[in-house]
Design a protein around this ligand. Structure first.
Ligand code: ZN
Length: 185
């Protein structure tokens, strides 16, 4: 496993950061942020209104769907998506205020046209593939209850694949989950 250390102020220049995309200005009052030690860690703080930038990963929800022949549902990532042209288990970001299971069902429907009951969690992992947009991914089992298979949203294709003939996969965390099932592409 790769060790992922926390960013520190030593490595932080505004536009040259280990984890790019740190705020430069206060998002509430537009005052330049300053370095401060808050809750035991270096953070950026607004000297005007007191805003502290606690930078957290986003949450991604993925749905693992198998068909009656034991094939796995995957989507080909469309132009503009991270790792375009490669394949992944259908997934997307949880919106602010949205329930994680509702997000999983929504993303599956948007990307594949399939409606599913969202079942138990089968895998959880931190995703570090985009250093500007870190996420915690939660993979749910899904049981299809309706819809018609058709790629949509940022998916260019949606297809079922036999585990012994998987296409080029985008994310090491999908692969890590599949490994737990004894599936190696
Ligand atoms: Zn402010």
């Amino acid at each position: 496993m790769v060790a992922h250390r926390r960013a520190t102020w030593d490595t932080c220049a505004v536009h040259q950061h280990e984890w790019p995309g740190e705020f430069t200005y206060c998002p509430h009052c537009a005052t330049p942020l300053v370095e401060a030690r808050v809750a035991g860690s270096p953070r950026k703080k607004c000297p005007q209104c007191g805003f502290v930038h606690f930078r957290n990963p986003g949450v991604g929800a993925a749905v693992v769907v198998w068909d009656s022949d034991g094939r796995l549902l995957l989507v080909k990532r469309g132009p503009g998506a991270t790792k375009a042209g490669l394949w992944s288990i259908p997934a997307g970001y949880v919106d602010y205020g949205e329930d994680v299971r509702e997000a999983a069902a929504r993303e599956l429907l948007e990307e594949t046209g399939l409606e599913a009951d969202i079942g138990p969690v089968v895998w959880v992992a931190s995703n570090f593939h985009d250093p500007a947009k870190l996420t915690v991914g939660i993979w749910f089992d899904g049981t299809v209850i309706g819809g018609t298979l058709q790629a949509g949203d940022d998916a260019a294709e949606a297809r079922f694949f036999s585990p012994d003939a998987l296409p080029p996969m985008a994310f090491e965390t999908d692969l890590a989950y599949l490994q737990t099932l004894g599936i190696e592409p």
